[in-house]
Design a protein around this ligand. Structure first.
Ligand code: ADP
Length: 486
């Protein structure tokens, strides 16, 4: 295992085409989750910096929105190319700040670049409509146009992916953007902005502010010039932003928390199901909103399932993200680690069995890091905290069920509705179950739900709006109906 000390970098704000110091002249620490050391200092922007960023986005909007979609696509295509050329540097930054294994960070960069290219192309297909009128002297038209300057607020778990998923469709639609990346992981967003500048995005079209979230958020939400807020993060913060957005009826897209059920029927291909579960659950150290959070296994296959899963989970290599052999990195913060430890302790006290893991790993040189061993808990029940809240960590809690009706009812018994998974080889069952699950996305013998071509998003308290596919671009567009007498 290599212990690498990172240099401390300083990040500025990006406002109106310039890299600038914050008005406060104050900087906050960005900490490595693997070592607990300060690896960067990020600008502590405040209300005034945010207002300047909105001024720039509002001023740049008319010209950017009037550009042809081909002009915008040409710039975005250059940005895509630059992301590919700089994939190593972007991936390294993601891994250093967020902790994820470098191979996963590389995957994130490629996926982020895909969103940029896909939206560049799709922007050329912002078609209008002619609707047949009821009288011969009328022409009924629908045109689509950019919603306006947009505020984008992104989380730390996919620090580049989430930025690209929001900024790319916004720009392709003709919107300008003020981005507030997560305070834990600003570095890859800053590199992305540098590449965007190099690709030729005009000044003011994209702006970046880091600092105290609620202060920046308040300015973004109360300034009338911001016409849309696109947010990925916790349900609690999402609800706060929604209430504020309601004051001005701002457009909103919200990708919030999940509590994903992962259902395995006795007729499933167990090798495939356990392999997919081990990948889904421990990807990003369990810190994804579509991570399996409640694993329902039909009682008749419980023992076989547990032993097959255990074998796979025990092979996972935990360690420093930049070590190429690492498959599971640290949690992002001390708070994230504590939540996991508390959930496990409470579940065990109430009768859950630790099948594997359940402790911090012994990693020489990384004693201060926020690591936790990939863990399987059996005999979990609904009275435990882990059954009722998102874990966001490397814990696989296993529940058993007897019938299809029972498991569907249990899977739907939550306020969340982001992702659900069902593993079965029975065709009729696959149709019944996937259509009965009250979720925005269902993986049927599949765990890959974040695909650039498809609509990613949730129902119920998991959010509104979709990212990816034509819906992702449509979320940044308004329709205008023009009725003409001629
Ligand atoms: P997590 O708990 O996963 O960090 P959060 O919802 O707290 O999720 O954070 C997601 C994003 O929302 C981050 O960029 C964070 O800084 C931002 N954020 C948190 N609170 C607020 C707020 N009150 N207003 C605006 N943005 C916020």
């Amino acid at each position: 295992m290599t212990i690498v000390k990172s240099e401390v970098t300083t990040y500025q704000l990006y406002i109106n085409g310039d890299w600038v110091n914050p008005i406060s002249n104050d900087y906050f620490d960005v900490v490595s989750p693997a070592t607990g050391e300060v690896i960067a200092k990020a600008a502590h922007g405040d209300e005034q910096d945010t207002k300047l960023a909105i001024d720039a986005a509002a001023t740049a909007f008319p010209e950017w929105s009037r550009k042809t979609s081909k002009e915008r696509a040409d710039i975005l295509t250059r940005l895509h190319q630059l992301m590919i050329e700089n994939a190593d540097e972007l991936a390294k930054k993601i891994s250093e700040e967020m902790g994820k294994p470098i191979m996963q960070a590389r995957g994130e960069v490629m996926n982020a670049a895909d969103y940029v290219l896909w939206n560049a192309e799709e922007g050329k297909r912002i078609y209008g409509e002619i609707i047949p009128a009821a009288t011969p002297d009328k022409r009924l038209q629908v045109i689509r146009h950019a919603v306006g300057p947009v505020a984008a607020i992104t989380p730390w778990n996919f620090p580049l992916g989430m930025v690209a998923r929001k900024v790319a469709p916004a720009l392709a639609a003709g919107c300008t953007v003020v981005l507030k990346p997560a305070e834990q992981t600003p570095g890859s967003a800053i590199l992305f902005f540098r590449l965007a500048e190099e690709a030729g995005i005009p000044k003011g079209v994209i702006n970046l502010v880091t600092g105290t979230p609620d202060k920046i958020g308040d300015v973004l939400l109360t300034d009338k010039r911001i016409r849309k807020v696109t947010f990925t993060g916790s349900t609690n913060v999402g609800k706060t932003l929604l209430k504020k957005a309601a004051e001005q009826v701002k457009r909103v897209s919200m990708e919030l928390g999940g509590h994903a059920p992962f259902i395995v029927f006795e007729d499933a291909d167990l090798e495939h199901a356990t392999e997919q579960l081990a990948r889904n659950k421990f990807l990003n150290c369990g810190q994804t909103c579509i991570s399996a959070n409640r694993i329902y296994v039909q009682a008749s296959i419980k023992d076989q399932f547990l032993s097959m899963l255990k074998e796979k989970v025990e092979k996972l290599q935990v360690g420093y993200g930049l070590d190429v052999t690492t498959q599971v990195g640290p949690l992002v913060s001390a708070a994230g680690l504590k939540k996991v430890e508390d959930q496990v302790k409470e579940a065990v006290a109430k009768g859950a069995q630790v099948v594997t893991g359940g402790t911090k790993p012994d990693l020489k040189g990384y004693e201060e890091g926020f690591f936790y061993q990939p863990t399987i808990l059996a005999d979990v029940n609904e009275s435990m905290r882990i059954a009722n809240e998102e874990t966001f960590g490397p814990i696989a809690p296993i529940y058993t069920f007897e019938t299809e009706e029972e498991v569907i009812a249990k899977a739907n018994d939550t306020d969340f509705g982001l992702a659900a998974y069902c593993f079965t080889t029975n065709l009729s069952r696959s149709i019944r179950v996937s259509e009965s699950l009250e979720y925005g996305m269902v993986g049927l013998n599949d765990i890959v739900l974040a695909q650039v071509e498809g609509p990613f998003g949730g129902v119920k308290e998991s959010g509104m709006g979709r990212e990816g596919g034509p819906d992702g671009l449509a979320d940044f567009l308004e329709k205008k109906f023009i009725s003409t007498v001629y």
